[in-house]
Design a protein around this ligand. Structure first.
Ligand SMILES: Cc1cc2nc3c(=O)[nH]c(=O)nc-3n(C[C@H](O)[C@H](O)[C@H](O)COP(=O)(O)O)c2cc1C
Length: 330
């Protein structure tokens, strides 16, 4: 049944947490959930090959809280048969929303014909969608970029193909493959993707403040708003979008809670690396954030990182900055 809202969510213009490798895990998602404001949550990308090989109960990437009903599981891969099997496996575990990664521009994925590589190989992209659509009965979405600048003429047909083959929601991060994160996201493409695909379209890219979110909606008429780096730099951002009077989030409290959630959800050997990754982003808008980031990066244990964070905020209690930092290029 065609959904008229993104991911079949009842709200008019849901706010969506982006899939982010090594960031959009259960601890981060649950922290955002406590702030409120975010309607739909993505996992980080899950390798289809790994999903079908690895016993599900052992996968750290599949850890989720029982409260996370409706989580969108994003799968990545270039082999239609494997992608179909991965989606079927997820469905057998109760997953109701699967997203196809067709936008990731990491060279290691492109080399394997995955992520945005599918956008220059429309036949294989179609075969992936068909295989997944055949094996998965839940809500199917796809996340794309603009593709490859040299194949720009094929973008309308690519979007039409997605809608025609049963993709029910398209998220677009409107940058070309070669742009990675450079320049500004080309929001003017969002309405066009929506027309071509004929399904609800979620706009994504460069939303760092509540004002950006409102502007994205007003300028593009998008059906949903996805936020990635902005949520890692300002975990209170979703709440600020829905409640302009919301008090600013306290970064010291955020980190303390994040560590507690890492201890709750992730196995011990993953916690320190995930804390370093999150701190990389959280520190960016903070006064003296580089000092916080350096101290955490060089910690050898979670306990040491925690002590250093406590010392940082004791010396620098007004670490918070209300402004929007320009995110690092990655
Ligand atoms: C650290 C990091 C990891 C990412 N991992 C993924 C991923 O697993 N799957 C995906 O489709 N996009 C991934 N992205 C892209 C984001 O989902 C999003 O499209 C991009 O960051 C633009 O949105 P933003 O400006 O709100 O950050 C990643 C981005 C970042 C910064």
């Amino acid at each position: 049944m065609p959904a008229t809202t993104p991911f079949g969510h009842p709200d008019d213009c849901p706010l969506v947490l982006a899939p982010m490798a090594e960031l959009s895990h259960a601890a981060f998602r649950m922290m955002l959930r406590r702030f409120g404001g975010c309607d739909v949550f993505f996992t980080e990308m899950l390798s289809a090959g790994r999903l079908v090989r690895e016993p599900a109960h052992r996968s750290v990437f599949l850890i989720q809280d029982p409260a996370e009903a409706g989580l969108v599981h994003q799968i990545v891969g270039g082999d239609p048969e494997l992608m179909g099997r991965a989606a079927a496996l997820l469905e057998s575990r109760g997953v109701a929303r699967v997203d196809l990664n067709m936008g990731c521009a990491a060279p290691r994925l492109i080399a394997k014909g995955q992520g945005v590589a599918l956008m220059r190989d429309p036949d294989r992209a179609r075969a992936v969608v068909t295989a997944v659509r055949r094996s998965f009965g839940g809500h199917l979405s796809a996340k794309i970029r603009l593709g490859w600048a040299e194949h720009a003429a094929g973008l309308p047909d690519f979007c039409r193909m997605l809608g025609a083959e049963g993709v029910q929601t398209v998220t677009v991060h409107p940058r070309w493959q070669h742009e990675k994160f450079k320049g500004r996201a080309r929001w003017d493409y969002i309405a066009r993707v929506s027309q071509w695909a004929g399904v609800p379209v979620v706009g994504n890219g460069d939303v760092l403040t509540a004002g950006d979110a409102h502007r994205l909606r007003a300028e593009t008429g998008c059906d949903g708003i996805m936020i990635g780096r902005g949520a890692a730099m300002r975990p209170g951002l979703f709440r600020e979008i829905v409640d302009p009077a919301a008090p600013p989030a306290d970064p010291a409290a955020i980190l303390a809670e994040f560590i507690a959630l890492l201890e709750r959800y992730l196995p011990a050997e993953r916690r320190l690396s995930r804390l370093k990754i999150f701190t990389h982003w959280l520190a960016q808008p903070l006064a003296f954030g580089h000092s916080l980031r350096t101290r955490v990066q060089s910690a050898d244990s979670l306990a040491e990182a925690r002590d250093r964070i406590t010392a940082f905020f004791a010396a620098c209690p007004t670490g918070a900055s209300g402004g929007a930092a320009t995110p690092d290029r990655i």
